[in-house]
Design a binder for this molecule. Sequence first.
Ligand SMILES: C[S@@+](CC[C@H](N)C(=O)[O-])C[C@H]1O[C@@H](n2cnc3c(N)ncnc32)[C@H](O)[C@@H]1O
Length: 378
Amino acid sequence: MRLNCFFMAAAVAAAAGRGARDEESWGPSGGSYLHRFPAPEAVTEATIRPRPRASLPAPPPAPNTSGAEPSRKRPKLERWNRFAVSIGYWHDPYIEHLVRQSKERKAPEINRGYFARVHGVSQLIKAFLRKTECRCQILNLGAGMDTTFWKLKDEGLLPNKYFEVDFPMIVTRKLHTIKNKPLLFRPIMELHPEDTLQIGNHMLDSKRYAIIGADLRDLSELEEKLKKCNMNTQLPTLLITECVLVYMTPEQSANLLKWAARSFETAMFINYEQVNMDDRFGQIMIENLRRRQCDLAGVETCKSLESQKERLLLNGWETASAVNMMELYSGLPRAEVNRIESLEFLDEMELLEQLMRHYCLCWATRGGQELGLKEITY
Ligand SMILES: C[S@@+](CC[C@H](N)C(=O)[O-])C[C@H]1O[C@@H](n2cnc3c(N)ncnc32)[C@H](O)[C@@H]1O
């Protein structure tokens, strides 16, 4: 995402009165990565007023909920991120190499939501890097086509090592691009003094960057692969999941959070995903998805900011904070908000606010008293 997921897209499309569309399969055996989009009539039952729009976003596919790997059909969801970058929401010279430009214009609500998310996550990452003076490691779990590693390098803010994990099929695709694009490959090699690079189909391990194909629900495999790539459990560690946990059952995400809390003495966890899914707006979204054979396995934990924090606290994290994206957006620097709001016309704020209230940024810490990790905020 950097996609402000699927729900946003579906809601925007539906609110604008556009029909549901089968986008594409990102799913196992033609199956559960295949998400069909909500019928508009159902979402318009919510408090969203339909309004005309010339060109609306194609709803992106949602990730796997079944446990199998995504099918070979390529997901297009990253294109939302790329589109927002292409019209100037934020700077990312790398995304165009990893993600093809979408033919369709994306809705301003989505782009603003995306902007808030990128801003919020980046603030937390940088706060962690400052507190640890970059003597740390970052694990981006379910990283997709994320470009944070390259952006941090440009800013002179790299941790000791940056790890990305995703399904082997996604990693193979990303790795193929990295190897073929000097802009992506060179920075990795510049930081890797040795002659040889550990590189396979589903992994690359270099001194400062590793990308690993693994299933986040298989924790022994995950740990083994990370250790092979020299993950250091003694280092302060930042773990990031953006739009990932919601596709795992509550038990699976709890296990991942427990594993993370157990594995690192000093750590922070950042999670971005849906919230308030218990209200009318959220329920309509869920009902639509269910009708279309799509169960968001982890939606139960997305009831409220409290349920999000509780999951973290119950699974080994000492502090937990959460903010909905509307609150975060309202607190963004005025100059930046003015700048992005001048990029595209948005005739009414109601839908933007509804959507933003259904996403949240959560973060948790463990240990790190001496570093002041508990003080970190967005
Ligand atoms: C919605 S995408 C988000 C990608 C990225 N975090 C971002 O925000 O741009 C979800 C990602 O999580 C990955 N993912 C979901 N479940 C996973 C699992 N069990 N193991 C590994 N990766 C998983 C998907 O393959 C996909 O790349």
